[in-house]
Design a protein. Sequence first.
Length: 760
Amino acid sequence: MRTLVSLLILFSFTVLLPTQTLAAKKSYVVYLGAHSPNTREEVAVNSHHEILGSILKSKEKARDAIFYSYTKEINGFAANMDENEANELSKHPSVVSVFPNKALKLHTTHTWEFLGLQKFYSGEIPDSSLWKKARFGEDVIIGTLDTGVWPESQSFREDDMGPIPSRWKGVCDNGIDKTFNCNKKLIGARYFNKGFKEAGDTSANITDTPRDTEGHGSHTLSTAAGAFVPGASYYGYANGTAKGGSSRARVATYKICWPSDVGGCMDADILAAFDAAIHDGVDVISMSVGGPPLDYYQDSIAIGSFHAVKKGIIVACSGGNDGPLLGTVSNVAPWIFTVGASTLDRYYPSYLVYNGKFVKGMTFSKGLPRPRPYPMINSVNAKAKNATEHAANLCMVNSLDPEKVKGKIVVCLRGKIERMLKGFVVQKAGGAGMIIANDEHYADDIEGDAHFIPAINIGYSDGLELYSYLNSSKSSKGYILCGRTKFGKRPSPTIAPFSSLGPNVINQEILKPDITAPGVNVLAAFSEVANPSDLDYDTRRTPFVFLSGTSMSCPHIGGIVGLLKTLNPSWSPAMIKSAIMTTATTLDNTMEPIKDAFNETATPFSYGAGHVKTKALVDPGLVYDITPKDYLNFLCSLGYNKTMMGIFSGEFSCPSKTIKAEDLNYPSISIASLNGTVTVTRTLKNVGPPSKYNATVFAPKGVSVTVEPAELEFEEFGKEQQFQVTMEANEAEPVKGFTFGSLKWSDGIHHVRSPLVVYI
Ligand SMILES: *[C@@H]1O[C@H](CO)[C@@H](O)[C@H](O)[C@H]1NC(C)=O
Ligand SMILES: *[C@@H]1O[C@H](CO)[C@@H](O)[C@H](O)[C@H]1NC(C)=O
Ligand SMILES: *[C@@H]1O[C@H](CO)[C@@H](O)[C@H](O)[C@H]1NC(C)=O
Ligand SMILES: *[C@@H]1O[C@H](CO)[C@@H](O)[C@H](O)[C@H]1NC(C)=O
Ligand SMILES: *[C@@H]1O[C@H](CO)[C@@H](O)[C@H](O)[C@H]1NC(C)=O
Ligand SMILES: *[C@@H]1O[C@H](CO)[C@@H](O)[C@H](O)[C@H]1NC(C)=O
Ligand SMILES: *[C@@H]1O[C@H](CO)[C@@H](O)[C@H](O)[C@H]1NC(C)=O
Ligand SMILES: *[C@@H]1O[C@H](CO)[C@@H](O)[C@H](O)[C@H]1NC(C)=O
């Protein structure tokens, strides 16, 4: 698997340091009030030149300084200036605010069976499957903001797709890469790198192309909406047909993240991509990128996605890979669909066999040519003359003596350098295989990798036993039995250890993440200039690869959103999100509550409403809807002043009597602090047949909950009904801290469940 550690190496970027030369010019994003209706592009651009020109005392200079004008949905620009100029500009009457341009980071064969869209073994797709009902998402256009795409990947074949929908306004901007072609499946491509270039990272290799050189963007886009590709596997592991969630949807790529030593995805580019994607006509945006949680008015993803949601576009984002610490989840704005990551029931048993023992390990490498015992050697005993024992122990570069290693399985201690690099060192020295033994620090956290040679990672106590056997035995022998692909691991899903957790540190009144989906060892398309180890000298190429992260779980939700949007084209983003949240499950495949990576019962801080489940999505019964105006009222409830509100909507003014933040009609309920009694209001909309629903409450420990009314009748489709939930600390059962429960509305057929989170 692309493990947590290497995933973080590959996809975590430090903040770019802008170059400190030339009077310390830096790049800034400047927000202006909303565009007046039907503003022509030249007029908008000219107004940007005038505004900045008034500060720089020259329209010419302003034209040179501005590298983006946002002219479609978002009104603003990105430009280079020094700090004084930025200060002056922020006082200009047309300017709402000015922010430094900062860097954010990037955060399947079987996954859809696991989610119930097709049958296991036979692969049959039943008529009741959301896939068939929603015609594999064929009416929607799904866009990702990511590292671009590998357009030749089989996942983006056009097959028998019909003409490109006439509503599509996007383009295939291949820049300098004339070999990059779109088709009837991949209908749009754009790249945004001016913000990245202006940040002055000289290590970066930026080419003007939407082509994916890293693989991340091809992986996420094919997970959301890739075509069926039979015969996909990762070096034989997880073999089968690779599939996207909305496999008949059209796709578009917006390349915003660029490879470099420090790397990253810049605010100015992100806003430009949102502005374009909204205008082009995408229906769904899946975005596996984020930074630390920020106030919404300072967060380019929150701002860009708000403009998208205002236009009816659903935005799914990864919650981040900063778990398992509490309060780490990012992309927490209530209009974003925030996704955590969990495991599949697919596993790959692999063993080290020696001295009559089978030791369980992990690998995604090829097996030994013949399953017969090979001589094994402790790498310390294969030390090169000029190397230190320490270096040999860790199998560092040039630390091994080929004479001693030749034809043997070398046992290396984990740590210091990449695991796959150790395999490369052993291979170069002529070794037949490798065992990586964990030290005390890594304990039993074992990782599978596509090693260059047959190799396996084993746990700490198993490693100690092996070392002591090597010490005491004169002719130690053993072999590696590489894994086959197996299914039905119990329990699953479990929460991935890296998945970022709630509470939402920006707004405890909004529970985040919203949902969890598969994000560990997900097989999907890759870039053919990237390699599976991310080591420079790795010349291997693979059209499909395992990656892990919330980056991988997010496009699963993006794909399912595409199906629901095809089924219900008129539904608002909030209705679609509500349906997916209220039908999610909190049970694993043993019918026990979902566990975290440490075998403890997981909470809504890991999974929000639960693990996505597709069965009830065709007919969810009731939904909680939210309008753009509701979100603006919610922002008013946070005490946003006119400046901050102006970033989201120029024309909106907060009502004199604001709502409570907890009263946003969210499909989950979170009380930031229960002192006395709190009452929240929610409204349900019927999207099913006329029906009568009853409320059932599983009260959080230490809290009494009453629902009023506890019975709701929906006489017709579309009918809305309001209810109130009152929560009070239960004096008989005093509790301190976070406590969790749920509220379920049911008519016997539909079950509409919301998590309750209360802090006392
Ligand atoms: C920069 O990237 C291009 C295309 O991705 C590649 O052909 C070229 O070799 C790279 N240059 C360097 C210096 O890495
Ligand atoms: C994967 O490969 C194995 C061994 O070649 C084969 O038995 C199995 O049917 C394959 N599975 C799929 C889903 O193609
Ligand atoms: C040891 O010597 C070899 C051959 O001279 C050289 O390639 C290697 O870099 C040296 N190793 C170390 C750790 O200095
Ligand atoms: C193996 O032997 C080495 C030195 O000969 C010693 O340092 C080490 O502790 C031994 N390991 C075990 C697990 O016995
Ligand atoms: C997890 O905990 C359950 C009890 O809650 C126990 O039965 C099971 O053996 C544990 N699993 C592991 C892998 O420790
Ligand atoms: C709104 O609040 C921000 C941040 O506290 C502040 O910078 C800005 O000046 C305020 N604007 C108004 C109109 O009060
Ligand atoms: C709870 O409310 C009471 C009365 O409104 C107030 O005196 C007290 O400080 C509050 N406690 C907390 C922890 O907020
Ligand atoms: C709802 O509650 C009423 C009154 O308690 C009961 O008669 C009815 O069967 C319940 N309906 C469902 C679907 O549970």
